[in-house]
Design a protein around this ligand. Sequence first.
Ligand code: B16
Ligand code: MG
Length: 219
Amino acid sequence: MLKAVVFDLDGVITDTAHLHFLAWRAVAQEIGIAIDETFNEELKGISRMDSLMRILRHGGKEKAFDHPQRLALASKKNALYVRSLASLTHESLLPGIPEVLAEIRAANVRTGLASVSLNASGILRALGIQQAFDFCADASRIACSKPDPEIFLTACAGLNVRPQEAIGIEDAAAGVEAINAAGMQSVGIGPGLDHAGLQLRSTRELSWKCLTDFWASRT
Ligand code: B16
Ligand code: MG
């Protein structure tokens, strides 16, 4: 029986991926590394420090910065990113999200959040949807980035459901991998997510009916 739906934040609830990209691009440029939107796909769902390490590797500069310098770069990126979050409002929810959250609630199924962003609670506040989730996994307590299943397993534990009783929804390849590794049913939003149990083009296609049809087809 379906007991919970666990959402990723960036790229599923709201589109902050572009804001992450702009902040990383500015910091990368300062150290002579060029990144584009295609490369940015690799950073989705990946923690701040892991993202920085991927950028340094991409620019062949893995060894050029010591730990304190890397922390300074990550903190510069975060300051730029947090400044850009000021533009978020309730209108920044992706299409179909308020409706599907309300439908899940009405069906008495629990909702969870599995975001590795340390800014998640501020983002939920800006969007005005802090009350929409029964449990938010705390990214600061997670040791491993997606594709490790840790954050989805933590969300299921916090919701008091078994992973086999839950659906996870993600926009990132690493996130879908994490859901599958957790033993949950996966819904992928956007292209390039062939490993998701159900692939949707956009959050517009999400609905309680589509989730329950998918669940019935898999169980
Ligand atoms: P922060 P998600 C992830 O959020 C983003 O997809 C990823 O690009 C970002 O680096 C990560 O959060 C950490 O974010 O720097 O704000 O802690 O997709 O797991 O909701
Ligand atoms: Mg995401």
